[in-house]
Design a protein. Structure first.
Lengths: 178, 537
């Protein structure tokens, strides 16, 4: 590895990297797990997804050009892993099926109520990119620019995708409300 | 939708997602891997100290230049498992016993496994398929301690429709996946390489004007070694005819491939003596080859171009089980067709092209049928039409078959190294390293070292099997450094490294074996039929 990309040193066996990643985990694990939960529907899978994302970061920490990229990386990894999970479970996801994912179904049903479940269910009926754009923009509160980096698309794409997604979500909810 | 509606929807969305998120209030502790380097991270420098346990001693192989390698005892842990493509499946075997411990059956009758790659932990494997509809997919599977193979998971990213995967590699740390692609149009001679981050699925792509194959990644995925290959169109009809190399690309050929013609029947290569420029050898250069050349005697090899195949996998096979005859190759820049793979057992539906003088273009898609007999059965001598004295001939990869026409991918005698941290785009910005020369005129399989500084290759002289072996080269200068193993029983085709530079998976004749960094060869498993280079550990 060359110095130019070694802003933060090699991770393997590098205590600094371990510390840096541990600090990132302390700060962002909860938020990322919640993000993962919204994407995959159950807590256990969400925790696994986040754990995997951090391990992935650990493996390539030394390749990050800048520490700020770590969070972008983690969010991308979470979304990617969520995609794999959903694909494995056959879309539509748990939300769309019954909104009663294996782990937190019972409580969630009680805690969230019908209205919220309906919104989540509709969210999970959207195409993958639209769902990701909405969750990153309005749940994670990322800017269009940040959302674009996480999704690996242009800012214009985020804008148009978000626009279409809101319209689609509106239609789905309207059908239900009717 | 009105503005109010939009705001309302956003509000409902925030409310629902926040409420869902807040059902989680704490997370489990982070479990980072043990900081101690894993065994497979053993630095190259330590490799020399490692000895391979060789059961019965294999005196045939010598380490270094002529010294006898003492068969060793004990020690160095071999990767526990290795996987290889067999027919349409992936078979996982124990390195100790050579026994099959698990198998992934082809995903469907229309999609079958063609490539396999292993991360350095020897537990995480990736596989790529070929499909009749030309929509290849990538899969990941793991092998447990006891050898239990998990069900493969299709990756959410992968090649676009309309292409075939030519080679698959994963970095030792598992962070990076790289795959070579070529159009399903069997006559297309361009290639591209996609490098994917396995965690995010983000991909970057490099393109070149030659086919690519034999991918190998360094430990951290930064350096990618690959080989370029020429496209050869071979027409079976009794008399081999012309070989035309693919579009000319690179400048003159590097040597490599040229073997000597001598021996065998000659194909007509232009004079042998000379370096044969005319040889089609790698597709390189010049179209020189347009000349025809070869002919082969029946039954023997035919034409073709170049050399060795690399490690690729090629399942190639021809589809026809039929006679193997001779073939003629045309060069071609031919045309295109669409590919479709032919699957085992099925009949070909491909239209038969009519060979024309120089260009043959199948009209339907074709892909090799994995169950067909290996290429070398049909082309006894290997891609260049020259027979190999020793059994293990590196064969070219047949990528498509239509009637009597075969499209064959033939790697040249060089390797190229790409720094994947550079801007994606043009493959020609990678560095070319010639591996043929004083240690051999045939290259079969190239693997890059974990640190990206060395290249290992199966090399040998076509006419002198005795000198075939696995050699180490400086990845920057191409200088040969040392021979890890040399033997007299035929060419060793290098298939994969173990991530530590200590054990190399090789293919020789009808078996897979291991070569230790300290020298020596041991058979891992005889798999009958021609083993493919589509294997990994």
């Amino acid at each position: 590895m060359q110095a130019e990309i070694l802003d933060i040193g090699s991770s393997r066996g590098d205590p600094d990297a371990d510390d840096a990643i541990s600090a990132l985990y302390a700060e962002h694990a909860l938020g990322l797990t919640r993000l993962a939960l919204i994407m995959v529907g159950d807590r256990e899978t969400a925790e696994d997804v986040v754990q995997e994302a951090f391990l992935g970061l650990h493996r390539r920490y030394h390749r990050l050009r800048h520490p700020d990229n770590a969070l972008v990386y983690l969010r991308s990894a979470v979304l990617n892993a969520a995609r794999s999970v959903l694909r494995r479970h056959r879309l539509p996801s748990f939300f769309a099926r019954a909104y009663e994912p294996p782990v937190w179904s019972a409580e969630s049903a009680a805690m969230l109520g019908a209205e919220r479940r309906a919104v989540l269910e509709a969210l999970h009926r959207l195409p993958r990119r639209q769902r990701e754009a909405l969750v990153l923009r309005y749940y994670a509160e990322l800017s269009e620019e940040e959302t674009a980096r996480v999704m690996g698309v242009s800012r214009g794409t985020v804008k148009s995708t978000t626009h279409r997604a809101l319209a689609a979500l509106g239609r789905l909810l309207q059908e239900r409300d009717r | 939708m009105t503005e109010v509606n939009v705001r309302d929807i956003i509000e409902r969305l925030r409310d629902a997602t926040s409420a869902a998120g807040e059902t989680i209030t704490e997370v489990p502790p982070l479990r980072l891997p043990d900081p101690r380097p894993r065994p497979w991270l053993t630095p190259l420098a330590a490799a020399a100290a490692v000895v391979l346990a060789i059961a019965g001693g294999v005196a045939v192989y010598r380490a270094g230049f002529g010294e006898h390698a003492a068969p060793a005892h004990g020690v160095a842990a071999l990767p526990r498992f290795f996987a290889h493509v067999a027919g349409t499946d992936v078979v996982v075997r124990s390195s100790d016993s050579g026994r099959e411990v698990g198998r992934l059956a082809a995903p469907s009758g229309r999609e079958w496994y063609a490539h396999v790659a292993a991360a350095g932990d020897n537990r995480t494997f990736y596989a790529a398929t070929e499909a009749r509809d030309c929509r290849p997919r990538l899969y990941r599977f793991t092998v447990g301690e006891g050898g239990r193979v998990t069900a493969p998971q299709a990756l959410p990213y992968g090649p676009p429709p309309g292409v075939m995967v030519t080679s698959l590699a994963v970095s030792g740390d598992g962070s990076t996946l790289a795959y070579g692609l070529q159009s399903c149009d069997p006559a297309a001679a361009a290639g591209r390489i996609t490098v994917a981050d396995t965690a995010t699925g983000r991909t970057r792509e490099w393109r070149g004007d030659r086919l690519v194959t034999g991918l190998s990644l360094s430990e951290d995925g930064r350096y990618l070694a690959f080989r370029e290959a020429g496209l050869l169109v071979v027409v079976k009809d009794g008399t081999p005819r012309t070989v035309v190399p693919a579009p000319a690309d690179d400048p003159p050929p590097q040597v490599d491939a040229d073997p000597d013609p001598a021996e065998t029947d000659v194909t007509s290569r232009p004079d042998p003596a000379a370096e044969d420029p005319a040889l089609p050898v790698d597709a390189d250069p010049a179209p020189a080859e347009a000349e025809p050349s070869p002919q082969a005697t029946p039954g023997k090899p035919t034409p073709s171009a170049s050399p060795e195949r690399s490690s690729e996998k090629s399942p190639g096979k021809s589809s026809e089980t039929s006679p193997k005859p001779s073939a003629r190759a045309t060069a071609s820049p031919a045309p295109s067709g669409a590919p479709s793979p032919v699957r085992p057992g099925e009949t070909e539906t491909v239209p038969e092209p009519t060979p024309t003088a120089s260009v043959v273009r199948p009209e339907a898609p074709i892909t090799p049928d994995p169950t067909d007999p290996p290429v070398r059965d049909s082309y006894a001598g290997g891609a260049d039409g020259l027979p190999y004295p020793a059994s293990p001939a590196p064969e070219p990869a047949v990528t498509a078959v239509a009637g009597d026409v075969r499209f064959v991918r033939v790697p040249d005698g060089r390797a190229r190294v790409l720094d994947t941290t550079t801007e994606p785009g043009d493959l020609s910005r990678s560095r070319a390293i010639t591996l043929t020369g004083s240690w051999g005129d045939v290259v079969c399989g190239v693997v890059i070292s974990p640190d990206g500084r060395r290249l290992y290759a199966g090399v040998g002289f076509r006419r002198e099997a005795a000198t075939a072996g696995v050699a180490e080269f400086d990845a920057a200068t191409g200088e040969p450094v040392r021979h890890l193993a040399r033997g007299e029983q035929g060419l060793l085709c290098l298939v994969d490294g173990d991530g530590g530079g200590t054990h190399f998976l090789v293919r020789r004749g009808a078996e897979y074996g291991v070569v230790a960094g300290s020298g020596g060869y041991r058979t891992l498993a005889a798999v009958g039929d021609e083993p493919r280079s589509a294997a990994a550990w």
